[in-house]
Design a binder for this molecule. Structure first.
Ligand code: FE2
Length: 345
């Protein structure tokens, strides 16, 4: 019996319940609805085995650290997801099991670097990559319209035409579609070249979503707004970046910049390691530690985290506190490691 797919929210922001026998997974749960989901699972006698996120969301709060502890369920996201709350990082081609049934992972970056689609028998959950008649915006930091075109045409459109498409959003009352239907009629992709698509997506002129200020940095960091005094999104976007190779070159010269790593202590000594000489100040401790860092206000500071999101927030906090030369390591330790640069653990 295939995995059963059911949408739970009945609004334009969608959460799916996947069931296989008595095991269940929630895809893109919305924090405020957690009690509803738990009641539903209990009423149906389902055991929640997985929480799957299609990407880091900018328009609603994802599950908090407290919710995660309450549910005792692993959170699954793509390897490039910035949040430290992720238990299982997946990459393209990975297969998860739910009640003995397969859930395939397709990496579909573009809306965000960490966007994935989850494939079950006969259907695909496409996140904000492919929606009914449209596609997700690519104008947030890390967005890439060309990559999205490649993901849609090169991965999703290679699935069988009858595959049911379940999107993470819909603003027009649509419920689902099929790959064949989208290939023929998707208003953004059908009949467009990659170049034409990139040009189209660069000129959408969409306003930021209503909840981006309340949601994005919380979702990226795993911290609550009560734990970190988050800077404005525009301030975060204004922090300059340095590539891993440039940082390595600057570290070899004098005076070397201060490398400030804002991840959590377990990550600092975890699989990605850290840049030799980096100083660890987790994001939620940064504000408190500013007086101790005062000697660096006129020095070059490079902020570092897993994927470059929490550190962009940290960079904005430092700039607000009067640090003049702050840059963010683009792509974080994931990019540093991918560039083959050495680490300590
Ligand atoms: Fe999204």
């Amino acid at each position: 019996m295939p995995v059963h797919v059911e949408e739970l929210n009945r609004t334009n922001c969608k959460t799916y319940l996947l069931t296989a026998g008595s095991e269940a997974a929630l895809v893109d749960p919305v924090r405020e609805r957690l009690d509803d989901y738990r009641s539903l699972l209990a009423a149906r006698g389902l055991r929640l085995a997985l929480v799957l996120e299609t990407h880091t969301h900018a328009d609603h709060l994802m599950l908090s650290r407290a919710a995660k502890e309450l549910l005792r369920v692993p959170i699954v996201m793509h390897d490039e997801s910035p949040s430290p709350l992720v238990d299982r990082h997946v990459v393209d081609g990975d297969v998860l099991l739910l009640g003995g049934q397969r859930i395939g992972v397709l990496h579909t970056p573009g809306h965000t670097p960490d966007s994935v689609a989850y494939r079950v028998e006969g259907a695909v959950l496409t996140g904000d990559t492919l929606m009914v008649g449209t596609t997700g915006r690519c104008d947030f930091p890390g967005g890439d319209a060309g990559a999205q075109y490649d993901a849609v045409t090169g991965k999703l459109f290679r699935l069988p035409d009858e595959t049911v498409v379940w999107p993470a959003h819909d603003y027009k009352g649509n419920v689902s579609s099929t790959i064949g239907e989208e290939k023929r009629t998707n208003a953004r992709v059908a009949g467009r070249t990659r170049e034409a698509y990139v040009a189209l997506m660069a000129n959408l002129g969409l306003p930021f979503p209503d909840k981006i200020q309340e949601s994005l940095q919380v979702n990226q960091s795993g911290f609550e707004a009560s734990e970190v005094l988050f800077p404005k999104i525009a301030e975060v976007a204004g922090v300059g970046e340095v590539t891993p190779r440039d940082l390595a070159a600057r570290l070899a010269a004098q005076p070397a910049p201060l490398v400030l790593d804002v991840r959590e202590p377990e990550e600092f000594v975890g699989e990605l390691g850290h840049v030799a000489g980096a100083v660890l100040v987790p994001l939620d401790a940064l504000e408190h530690r500013l007086p101790k860092l005062a000697g660096y206000v006129d020095r070059e500071v490079v902020v570092v985290c897993r994927a470059g999101a929490r550190s962009a927030t940290a960079g904005a906090i430092l700039r607000r506190a009067g640090f003049h030369h702050v840059q963010n390591l683009a792509g974080g330790m994931l990019a540093w490691d991918a560039a083959g640069l050495g680490v300590q653990r």
